[in-house]
Ligand binder design. Sequence first.
Ligand code: KG4
Ligand code: ZN
Length: 409
Amino acid sequence: MPSRGLILAIESSCDETAAAVVQRGSHTLSSVVASQIATHARYGGVVPELASREHLRAIVPVVRAALAQADITLTGLDAIAVTSGPGLAGALLVGITYAKALAFATGLPLIAVNHLEGHIHAVLLNEREVESAKSQVSEARPGAPSDDDPALALVVSGGHTHLYLARPAAGTWHYTLVGRTLDDAAGEAYDKVAKLLGLGYPGGPWIDALAQYGNPHAVPFAFSQIKTKLHLAGRAPRTKAAKTAPIANLDPHFLFSFSGIKTAVLRYVELHNLRPEAETRREALMTRPDAPPRPTIEDALATCSQPTLDLIASFQHAVAGDLMKKTFAAAESLGARRILVTGGVAANRELRARFSAEAARRGLGISFPTLALSTDNAAMIAAAAWPRLLTGEFAQPDLSADPSMALGC
Ligand code: KG4
Ligand code: ZN
């Protein structure tokens, strides 16, 4: 049994270099995130080679900062955890190589964590921290969903839109894949639409902020029902982002597709001649690392016509509505009484408000991570590693990156 239950976790799967020290999967001592947004912003998306280079630069200072903030040295730890997939191969390898070296040098066990499971544990970590922060133990409402109930987890980020049934089992968790996107992830759609409209990278926070100034019903975007034949034929997913899980045997009602709405936005922009405005905006908002300050929402708002704001609000309304419809349908069909929503897109205000209202209407439990725990971080990786430390499920010395690692069965 680990003495203090202290895990140092490292996360480098995409464009954030992160390290955290978490005690017993429920108490964050430190969480440090070095974002590469400024590096990738001028390209409008993550450039894998640049991501690896930036991770190499950041990993040592980020881990040092996490240990210093937790006021601990390597010898005081019980394990090292690291994200081993899914993600960018070169980026993952930086974290894995460094974690392996630390484990080898200290003799500490190494725990490999699936990034998607990390996102689910971000919610659980947050729930435990909120619970322990309450001065008195709150009495559970009779019939209210509890921690032992299966949860329907929506992981919605720049790389993933996956639905899992998560079941607590003998101190650990079992996951069953219930649904996922056939093409783009929801966050990817946000980023591509934002790029098309001349907004910065990542696009989610810009669209989130600007949507409140538009009419969400102005453009009636529709998601067509995904045909059964498509997935039953066992066809390969169309994009890299969709490769993290097989699609056979999934109920088509719980499958997502976000490439169509991206094309519909493009068509709307052409038809309503909004492209010149987008080009002006791109120029006005261009991030110049040598010339701060960075552009603000007010700067963006000043460049947006009402039709553009209406388009942004309608896009967001449609995406949030589609995520909501399928998530609640899956929860109902599988008898899940609580819903966990996590990943970068879970930071979205409209999504949080609508999911919360629908959960209340149906009498279901709903949880989100804090905004800091919604996007990539290492505290969630440490939290997911904790049950593995208890059960002694350690990585082998030849651990390598698994860029298309799936979660569950
Ligand atoms: O979880 P995350 O940090 O990285 C991945 O694992 O992909 O998610 C990043 C994604 C980006 O696509 C970003 O545009 C989106 O999350 N995002 C948001 C918001 N904040 C970040 N999307 C919608 N609304 C937001 N407030
Ligand atoms: Zn992520």
